[in-house]
Design a protein around this ligand. Structure first.
Ligand code: BGC
Length: 746
């Protein structure tokens, strides 16, 4: 009986496989067939992406002439259907358009900014947020988003750090894979699935000085060890459908014409069969970069390097035909690109279902979407300080002053890159606090500063009066959403406007000050932290930020987020990240500081180490840091097996105990360190993490199984290998306070 069942099962698997393979075969045949009937001009049309914020007669005609393959920035479903009808019914090839838009952290229901989502250390939250974003966006006919952004970001001056998953490769990899899966769903042809786009390929987050659009200089080994893994995982583990090149040049070569990366690596090494799109006019700007003589030259270099869709610069549509005729670009190059574009359209099911169903019951802002957004916000918050356990606020707190420019800022709490979020739907902390806790607590609201950059201190008197009448102050400060994101780099990361003066004034009242920071990046707020009794870093938390903050402040939920990025004390410390490469003279923290140096001291360097005389040794907060309303104790780190071979799996056990008085969730972090390698290795690297919820007094043995292959890196000979030798494994609640054990790999 069992045997028969097994046979039937195998037959199913075989038929399924065969069905899949034959469907694939079928698609490839259809693509070839279609391609054979297209003129060169029509093929190049597929490689042209047009901005349709305000569609006009020119656009209609272009579509009719088969000169447009995809459109970005249109989002009215009726209009999209109208444009689609022209493509399908009036153009000679009848190939449907694909509509793209930047749906970055939500479409209508806005989730925390990606940096905040990364702080949850919970890929499930991220997958759910992008699934919901896809459901809402696809209702409008959008079937392609330009997300996730997986640029490793180690410089908070760069405004786009808000859109990233932070400084760590492993965390970014896990979050990128989750986000792609959420957008694309189980089947890309499902009308509620949208194609994801891994961006920006590559090194854009390493822009010099954190100045957006600037150059990067990342050597190949670092590219492969640090910057490329999230892209590789998005393609290989989540089947990410598209990739976007970046604006920067790396090591002198603009990424939109980098043959090594776009062809040798992406196609030949990784076997990527999706689509490569440029960033906004990034082909055209290669003339400004001094890399191309004119737009024709730019089209030639980009196409020959492996670029397939030209976003808005019109370099391709205006020049490729001539370039093929000249023999400077081969028709095969065009054919290969168009095949990939047609495959994307097939995968999206656009040939069978080109139109959007306008009669669908809308799911925008559906109750489960709002719940998910609230949960994601709660999990993204990081408790940075909690003196005398002032948080959560207890029954003894009867009157509370709500002060500051971010307490009721529905637009700004949504954060950067929210084209479609509506502030009318945003629930702010002020409203949520009153609604959820107004029965028992008397709230006094003083906005005091109209917005974060406001320098007008005339309302400080009233704020101080309100504080004096209260048992505690909830101070909402930070950055307006427009201060982070694209083209919003900052040289100074102190609080803007008169926010710092406000906290100084309020602290003179001696009332407990609970500071809630809403921002798109780490800010240098050491002074403000010292003046606060508690600090909750809430990023830009999105539509449901208010209810999430209210529940956390009053203890209905417990903060458990951890920093996905190091917080510097001073801008001058940047770049500052936990997994730096080993140096020969590391600081031992006993060195002299600025004021220890005697007058007219003689020149000396012997025995000196690497640190700043004025900033000392440490970050303000380390990667992985974050408190809870309870406390956790780590003990008993054990490795059942300490000598392993390269095919083994290292088992790691550690005991985690909730030693506090409340239930709480801890992110248990696993790091490794290669003691000696053929290149100077990083001091430590995150390799895994687990979220564990424990009741007061409860303890649990947390187990990790780390395949030794996860220790592989691109070594001296530029091979990806595990090198034999000694390693440390470290486990703890942040990247500094860790239990450690040694193991060896033969
Ligand atoms: C950004 C991309 C974005 C594109 C389309 C560019 O300016 O760098 O991240 O996807 O615009 O809006």
């Amino acid at each position: 009986m069992k045997k028969l069942a097994l046979r039937i099962y195998s037959l199913f698997v075989f038929c399924g496989m065969f069905g899949y393979l034959s469907a694939q075969h079928n698609i490839e045949n259809r693509i070839e067939n279609m391609l054979s009937k297209m003129s060169l001009r029509q093929k190049i049309g597929q490689m042209n992406q047009v901005n349709a914020r305000k569609p006009d007669e020119r656009l209609y005609q272009q579509i009719r002439d088969g000169e447009v393959g995809s459109i970005l920035n249109a989002e009215d479903p009726a209009l999209l259907n109208q444009l689609q009808k022209i493509a399908v019914d009036e153009s000679r090839s009848g190939i449907p358009l694909v509509f793209a838009r930047d749906v970055i952290h939500g479409f209508k229901t806005i989730f925390p900014i990606p940096l905040g989502q990364a702080a949850s250390f919970n890929p499930q939250i991220v997958e759910e947020s992008s699934r919901i974003a896809a459901i809402e966006a696809s209702e409008n006919g959008i079937r392609w988003t330009f997300a996730p952004m997986m640029d490793i970001s180690r410089d908070p001056r760069w405004g786009r750090i808000a859109e990233s998953f932070g400084e760590d490769t492993y965390l970014s990899e896990a979050m990128s894979v989750a986000m792609v899966k959420g957008f694309q769903g189980n089947d890309l042809s499902n009308p509620s699935s949208i194609a994801a786009c891994a961006k920006h390929f590559i090194g854009y987050g390493a822009a010099e000085g954190g100045r957006d659009y600037n150059i990067s200089n990342i050597p190949e080994r670092q590219l492969r060890n640090i910057y490329l893994p999230p892209f590789e995982a998005a393609i290989k583990d989540a089947d990410c459908a598209t990739i976007m090149t970046s604006f920067n040049s790396n090591n002198g070569i603009p990424l939109s014409a980098n043959k090594f990366l776009l062809t040798d690596l992406l196609r030949n090494e990784w076997k990527f069969d999706g689509v490569v799109v440029s960033d906004w006019a990034s082909i055209g700007i290669m003339t400004t970069q001094g890399f191309c003589e004119d737009k024709k030259d730019a089209a030639r270099k980009a196409a020959n390097a492996g670029m397939e869709i030209d976003m808005v610069s019109e370099c391709f549509i205006n020049n490729l035909e001539q370039l093929v005729k000249d023999g400077s670009v081969s028709e095969k190059t065009i054919d290969d690109a168009v095949k990939n574009i047609l495959r994307l359209k097939y995968r999206l099911g656009l040939f069978d279902r080109p139109y959007t169903d306008l009669n669908l019951q809308s799911k925008k802002y559906a109750i489960n979407h709002l719940h998910a957004a609230k949960k994601a916000a709660e999990e993204s918050f990081i408790l940075l300080k909690n003196k005398n356990d002032i948080l959560p606020l207890g029954n003894n707190i009867k009157t509370v002053a709500i002060i500051g420019p971010m307490a009721d800022a529905p637009h700004d709490q949504m954060g950067t890159w929210c084209f479609d979020g509506e502030k009318e739907y945003t629930q702010t902390p002020l409203n949520a606090l009153k609604k959820q806790f107004g029965k028992n607590v008397n709230f006094i609201y003083e906005q005091t500063l109209a917005f974060s950059r406001d320098k007008d201190t005339s309302k400080f008197v009233k704020a101080v009066e309100a504080a004096k009448k209260s048992d505690a102050v909830l101070l909402f400060i930070g950055e307006e959403s427009i201060l982070s994101g694209e083209a919003h780099s900052l040289a100074d990361l102190n609080l803007v406007g008169a926010q710092s003066e406000l906290i100084s004034e309020l602290s003179k009242t001696s009332k407990p000050i609970i500071t809630i920071v809403m921002a798109g990046r780490p800010l240098t707020i050491e002074k403000e932290i010292s003046l606060s009794d508690a600090v909750l870093y809430a990023w830009h938390p999105g539509t449901m930020g208010g209810p999430a903050i209210a529940d956390v402040l009053f203890g209905k939920s417990c903060p458990g987020g951890k920093l996905p990025v190091t917080f510097p004390r001073y801008v001058g410390q940047i770049p500052l990240y936990y997994n730096y490469e080993r140096i020969g003279r590391p600081a031992n923290k006993k060195e002299v500081l600025l004021n220890d140096i005697p007058l007219e001291a003689k020149q000396s360097s012997l025995g000196n180490t690497s640190y700043y005389l004025d900033a000392g040794f440490d970050a303000l907060f380390a990667f992985g840091y974050g408190l809870s309303y309870t406390t956790f104790e780590y003990s008993n780190l054990t490795l059942p097996k300490k000598n392993l071979s390269k095919d083994d799996v290292l088992r790691i056990n550690v005991t985690l105990k909730n030693t506090g008085k409340r239930e709480g969730c801890e992110v248990v972090q696993l790091y490794t360190s290669d003691i000696t390698a053929s290149i100077a290795p990083p001091v430590k690297e995150l390799k895994d993490f687990k979220r564990v919820t424990l009741k007061p007094g409860e303890q649990q043995i947390v187990t990790f199984d780390l395949p030794i292959q996860k220790l592989a890196f691109w070594n001296y000979e530029m091979n990806k290998v595990v090198e034999s030798g000694k390693f440390d494994v470290m486990v703890g609640g942040n990247s500094v306070d860790l239990l450690k054990m040694r193991f060896t790999v033969d």
